[in-house]
Design a protein around this ligand. Structure first.
Ligand SMILES: Nc1ncnc2c1ncn2[C@@H]1O[C@H](COP(=O)(O)OP(=O)(O)OP(=O)(O)O)[C@@H](O)[C@H]1O
Ligand SMILES: [Mg+2]
Length: 301
């Protein structure tokens, strides 16, 4: 049995034992994920001192524009998008702060990745961050860790700023200098920063490791989401999985090959919680984009 199948089997068992409450919605999503994973070729917390310490340069997000472009911004955002993300984030938050957090290292650090480029990582990472920041009493820090193809600033429409790369290059010494507040109280951002010739290599650096450690120690009550590069062909992405407690893998409906998902998952750290999100992309009309499915499991269990 493959790791993904084992994860799904374990999830099913947990459901039977009533460890989790089954809702109609979850059953529906489980079916979606099973379909993807079994088809061989589908063609296709606040800082310790309780004071926020942020860069003074605040990022102002335009809610109307975000809504227009398919992102969750307010209670008026398309209902089904909010519902889908409620389902996804509930599992992630349980893993981050519930019972499972005791067995996960850095359970509140979540990487969003995929097998290949362009499967919707940034779209999912942003919507997940917005969904948690708007609806939960939790602060979310969203980091553009896709330093070779940064797109957070483009998607959220703010000017590119000093960010992760400047920190990794030690051009900026204090983490608080690259954390930006936004006009959403619970949402903070770290942009990718200015590209550098060692861009991807820096993700596997010791400084990146200490950044993850600092984030986990200084902000244990906060959800930290890393929008990462894809897994296949980018050796640094699996290295990043050693720094986080959870990974969300975006699978593009009718496009991502099951074997690629399996290969990608096999490259990640064995000890983290892994969730799959099925993303169906209709680029021309983001407000009617289909659905997401979500499956969760620990590898090798
Ligand atoms: N569910 C969705 N509905 C509508 N559009 C989507 C959806 N998911 C992604 N997109 C669009 O598809 C394109 C690719 O998505 P995105 O940039 O999030 O992918 P990515 O995996 O982050 O790509 P990259 O590998 O380049 O970082 C973007 O134009 C995005 O707005
Ligand atoms: Mg991206």
């Amino acid at each position: 049995m493959s790791t993904i199948e084992k994860a799904l089997a374990k999830q099913k068992l947990a459901q039977q034992e009533k460890i989790t409450n089954i809702t109609e919605h979850e059953v529906e999503n489980e079916a979606i994920v099973s379909k993807t994973t079994s088809t061989s070729v589908p063609e296709t917390s606040e800082p310790v001192n309780n004071k926020e310490s942020c860069n003074k340069d605040k990022i102002i997000l335009n809610g109307d524009r975000l809504n227009e472009r398919g992102f969750i911004y307010s209670p008026d955002s398309a209902h089904h998008i909010q519902e889908e993300f409620r389902h996804i984030k509930r599992k992630l938050l349980n893993n981050a702060f519930g019972l499972a957090s005791k067995t996960l290292h850095n359970s509140n650090l979540i990487m969003v990745t995929s097998s290949h480029p362009n499967e919707g990582k940034t779209y999912i990472a942003i919507n997940l961050a917005l969904s948690i920041a708007l609806e939960q009493d939790k602060t979310v820090l969203l980091i553009d860790a896709d330093v070779l193809r940064p797109s957070l600033h483009r998607e959220l429409e703010f000017d590119s700023k000093k960010g992760l790369l400047e920190y990794l290059l030690a051009e900026v010494t204090s983490l608080s200098d690259i954390i930006y507040s936004t006009n959403i109280e619970n949402l903070k951002l770290i942009p990718a920063g200015k590209p550098h010739h060692l861009t991807n290599e820096l993700l596997a650096s010791e400084r990146m490791e200490s950044l993850a450690k600092e984030l986990a120690e200084r902000y244990p009550d906060r959800i930290v989401i890393f929008d990462c590069p894809p897994i296949l062909g980018v050796t640094e992405t699996p290295v990043l999985s050693d720094l986080v407690g959870q990974a969300l893998i975006v699978v593009e409906e009718s496009k991502t090959k099951t074997d690629d998902v399996k290969t990608a998952v096999s490259q990640l750290n064995n000890d983290i919680a892994i969730g799959l999100v099925m993303n169906k992309t209709i680029r021309s009309k983001k407000d009617i984009y289909g659905y997401y499915g979500y499956g969760y499991g620990r590898k090798n269990q």
